[in-house]
Ligand binder design. Structure first.
Ligand code: SF4
Length: 237
């Protein structure tokens, strides 16, 4: 673990999060399996990181009930939109909610920007237990850097991959648009753990999900993009 990650881990703990270190995706999955009781119902917030670590399949295989509104089946059939919405609402009362975060700051804050808002809402209150998996490439210095990166790197790439008709998908930069398909509708900054939510955050020492600093070597950035695209598809529902 490098100094920056150690600093983030220390500050996340100081901010009352149950923060844990995982050296790679496999170790992160093991922490999740050890944290979730076998009889728990697990709700899912859309996250490339969660898909990449393969934890949902492992949980289902051992007998956990999964509430996932973001399966291929549900997201590629417009007739299933109401079913998706219904499952998304039921997620608020599940035993454990698992998702990712757009960014974590070295002073221990979680920064997220959501299109629908179901992911950020369930992170804050609803499910009794929340597990957030976040990788080293999402670690940023402060909230300002987090917001800049989400708006000018992550959102444009996400919009382009998902074929959302937003100006950032064309230019690669945020235009603070009013597009009907704008994906930046709710911004949350979780400064400390909310009172009534038992929140475990797993910091993974491996690149996962969608985030990079434009100054990083092209090879690293391209690998992050390719791994993200491998678990991402266009939602038509
Ligand atoms: S506000 Fe609009 S242009 Fe800016 S990143 Fe979000 S979707 Fe793209």
């Amino acid at each position: 673990m490098d100094n920056r990650m150690a600093e983030a881990l220390k500050n996340l703990k100081a901010n009352n999060f149950d923060a844990k270190y995982a050296e790679n995706a496999k170790a992160a999955s093991q922490i999740v399996l050890n944290t979730i009781p076998i009889d728990a119902t697990v709700g899912v917030g859309d996250s490339a990181t969660i898909r990449q670590i393969g934890i949902l399949e492992e949980l289902e295989e051992r007998g956990n009930r999964i509430l996932n509104p973001f399966t291929r089946e549900l997201t590629t059939n417009p007739k299933m939109l109401e079913v998706r919405n219904e499952i998304s609402r039921r997620v608020f009362t599940c035993d454990v909610f698992i998702t990712g975060t757009n960014a974590v700051t070295t002073d221990g804050k979680l920064v997220n920007i959501d299109a629908v808002g179901n992911r950020v809402a369930a992170m804050i209150y609803g499910p009794r237990k929340v597990i957030i998996v976040v990788s080293r490439n999402k670690l940023v210095e402060n909230v300002e850097e987090a917001l800049y990166r989400v708006k000018n790197t992550i959102a444009p790439y996400h919009a382009r991959t998902k074929k959302f008709p937003t100006p950032c998908a064309e230019t690669g930069r945020c235009h603070d648009c009013s597009s009907p398909r704008r994906i930046c509708n709710t911004t949350t900054i979780m400064e400390k753990r909310p009172w009534r939510t038992d929140l475990t955050l797993i910091l993974v020492d491996e690149d996962l999900g969608l985030s990079w600093d434009e100054a990083w070597p092209k090879e690293r950035i391209n690998k992050i993009k390719a791994n993200y695209e491998a678990v991402t598809w266009i939602f038509t529902g």
